[in-house]
Design a protein around this ligand. Structure first.
Ligand SMILES: Cc1cc2nc3c(=O)[nH]c(=O)nc-3n(C[C@H](O)[C@H](O)[C@H](O)COP(=O)(O)O)c2cc1C
Ligand code: SF4
Ligand code: SF4
Length: 275
């Protein structure tokens, strides 16, 4: 069977997850391709991405959990898919690394969109990941085991679609509180966007941040500058800059995460999958 793993991964966890999935699928004799839509030559190249998706049988869509939803490049890909007149003859699954609070909302939203596109959903997997600034090892042995179990379950169930009513039940938020304050969730997520500052004196204008920014939000007009209106707050530039010329107060992240968990509660337990 031809399997395609399409993802975007500003800080690498989703990319590692895609590679682990590929490793787990290969022993079953599938042909597995990886397509990183955050990177050249695929970046923004929706026509070619759609073409690749069309030629696969099963497509896994991977994204970090961003503000409890999919990361923008994936959402934009879904919208491009929805705008096509020809239906996609594929089955889909989702893989979503997250560090704190997820993902019923993300899965529910995506499966509803896929239902409208008449693309059957065969599974979803949540991966417990460290936040990007942490140095804990990833993947842990548990993560690898989790991914292998997910893939072997897909194999046992013969990649069969999950009935739509079941996806509704499975992916709905676990904590009733989340359900009630759902309109606030995006806003609470936004609160976690930390201000990014540039220190021009440290910048050598090497252009690494420009090449790595998934939003095309960094430009060199003499000085290297971030265009705030385009920035997705992935903080990839902070991690990518070899001169530490781009900063954000990462120490605030953990405190914010804790506060969010107190406000919202954990949605669904970590390291779960649905097939
Ligand atoms: C701006 C931003 C928003 C995030 N929002 C969430 C979130 O809502 N829920 C969550 O569990 N993790 C959230 N995370 C953490 C990422 O999902 C996690 O770090 C993920 O592993 C990153 O994937 P990547 O390494 O492929 O970029 C967020 C991270 C960033 C930088
Ligand atoms: S990666 Fe750092 S040093 Fe290189 S251009 Fe960007 S800010 Fe400047
Ligand atoms: S400028 Fe914004 S979108 Fe671009 S890498 Fe930095 S944080 Fe991410």
């Amino acid at each position: 069977m031809k399997l395609l793993l399409v993802f975007s991964s500003p800080n690498g966890t989703t990319r590692t997850t895609a590679n682990l999935l590929k490793k787990a699928f290969l022993p079953y004799g599938h042909e597995v391709e990886i397509l990183d839509i955050g990177r050249s030559p695929w970046r923004e190249n929706h026509a070619d991405i759609l073409q690749e998706i069309r030629h696969a049988e099963v497509v896994g869509f991977g994204s970090p959990a961003y503000h409890m939803d999919f990361f923008q490049p994936l959402l934009s890909l879904f919208n491009h898919m929805a705008a096509q007149s020809e239906p996609f003859p594929i089955r889909a699954f989702f893989f979503l690394p997250f560090s704190g609070i997820t993902t019923g909302k993300a899965f529910l939203r995506a499966t509803r969109q896929f239902r409208r596109m008449q693309i059957p959903v065969i599974g979803a997997i949540k991966i417990q990941a460290p936040h990007f600034h942490h140095t804990q090892p990833f993947p842990t042995p548990e993560t690898e085991h989790h991914i292998h179990t997910f893939v072997s379950e897909l194999e046992i169930k013969k990649y069969a679609p999950i009935p739509w009513q079941m996806t509704e039940d499975q992916f709905k938020p676990f904590t009733p509180k989340v359900h009630v304050i759902r309109p606030l969730i995006h806003w609470v997520g936004k609160l976690r966007e930390l201000p990014i500052t540039m220190e021009p004196a440290l910048c050598t204008r090497c252009g690494k941040c420009i090449r790595e920014c998934p939003a095309g939000a960094i430009h060199k007009n003499g000085l290297v500058q971030i265009e705030a209106s385009l920035c997705l707050h992935c903080y990839h530039c902070v991690a990518a800059c070899p001169k530490q010329a781009i900063h954000c107060p990462v120490e605030k992240l953990d405190a914010m995460m804790q506060r969010n968990i107190q406000i919202i509660g954990q949605e669904i337990p970590a390291n779960q999958y649905y097939v």
